[in-house]
Design a protein around this ligand. Structure first.
Ligand code: ADP
Ligand code: ADP
Length: 226
């Protein structure tokens, strides 16, 4: 079963902008996939639809075979999302932000705490667990979003421009972390407008432009052509 299937996905915003003009995309389980495209191409819209924050105009989304319209609970259980904007409560403590997310998925408090500790440690945030989120640096906030997205141990992790605004040093350690969790079996999809980032990390790549998928291949094939 593929990790993600998008079938004829379309989005027309109320202002008439056709952000997605029929996207067909399958990402296999275990893949590390990049969705590359310039600003305005439709990457965030795609992720918005997958995370149920944006309503699609038509088409279908399946996550590990679960249809997002008809099987939303199962679909969401498989899915962790790291949006581009920091969307946690900036006045809450780091540990609280991560464990509360466990609550949304019905995790017992004890398990949520254990997992929060595990992910905050590997993401080098454990020392900051009692800091309010607004005291963290941009890179730390990004890692907090990743820890929060992993608390229910999703099989598919989707990150929207995960290293935007993150300095090169930290970018490297984030890349290492993502590679490691992919090795452990988590399917990863990230959006980026840096080809180098996609090249560095991803096995397969889709290129989106003006709401259409204009290429979809292995990274090796893409690089051989260019
Ligand atoms: P939906 O069709 O998913 O309900 P809307 O068309 O209502 O979405 O737009 C959602 C919000 O995004 C609105 O508040 C709108 O003002 C804002 N918005 C409008 N145009 C843009 C744009 N070009 N980029 C980002 N946000 C926008
Ligand atoms: P990307 O993430 O690749 O930069 P987006 O999905 O944000 O692209 O945007 C795709 C297109 O849809 C752009 O033309 C953008 O201006 C428009 N758009 C994005 N969000 C909204 C919104 N909420 N309302 C109206 N138009 C939007």
């Amino acid at each position: 079963i593929p990790a993600l299937e998008l079938i004829s996905l379309k989005k027309i915003y109320k202002n008439g902008i056709e952000a997605l003009k029929g996207i067909d995309l399958t990402v296999q389980a275990g893949d590390f996939y990049a969705l590359l495209g310039p600003n305005g191409a439709g990457k965030s819209t795609t992720i918005g639809i997958i995370s149920s924050l944006v309503t699609k105009t038509c088409g279908q989304v399946k996550i590990f075979g679960y249809d997002l319209d008809t099987d939303i609970v199962n679909a969401k259980r498989q899915l962790g999302i790291v949006p581009q904007e920091f969307n946690f409560n900036q006045f809450e403590e780091v540990l609280q932000i991560v464990t509360n997310q466990g609550g949304y998925y019905g995790l017992p408090r004890k398990i949520a705490l254990e997992r929060a500790e595990k992910y905050l440690r590997v993401l080098d945030l454990w020392d900051k667990r009692h800091s309010r989120a607004n005291m963290l640096s941009g890179g730390m906030k990004r890692r907090l979003m990743i820890a929060r997205a992993l608390i229910h141990e999703p099989k598919l992790l989707i990150l929207d421009e995960p290293t935007a605004g993150v300095d090169i040093e930290l970018r490297r350690s984030m890349w290492d972390f993502l590679r490691e969790i992919n090795r452990q079996g988590i399917t990863i999809i990230l959006t980026t407008h840096y080809l180098e980032e996609a090249e560095m990390l991803c096995r397969n790549i889709g290129i989106i432009q003006s709401g259409k998928l204009i290429a979809n291949s292995s990274m090796r094939e893409l690089l051989a052509k260019s």
